[in-house]
Design a protein around this ligand. Structure first.
Ligand SMILES: [Zn+2]
Length: 64
């Protein structure tokens, strides 16, 4: 089983289109994944969940 696919398939928050914060976190997550730094990937997933629950995200996504 490819660990990349295993990591991808579950529990990953998806970035919302048009949200800068999401895009930034998604980009960092891809970088961490390219380095196979799963601890960082997990941390960035957590950060994205926190971001998506927070005011800096909802302000932007409400406008869509
Ligand atoms: Zn966002």
């Amino acid at each position: 089983m490819n660990p990349d696919l295993a990591q991808r398939s579950h529990l990953e928050p998806t970035p919302v289109e048009g949200c800068d914060g999401c895009a930034r976190l998604a980009w960092k997550r891809e970088e961490a994944r390219a380095d196979r730094d799963w601890g960082r990937v997990a941390a960035l997933n957590q950060a994205m969940e926190n971001h998506k629950a927070g005011p800096s995200h909802s302000k932007l996504s409400m406008g869509l």
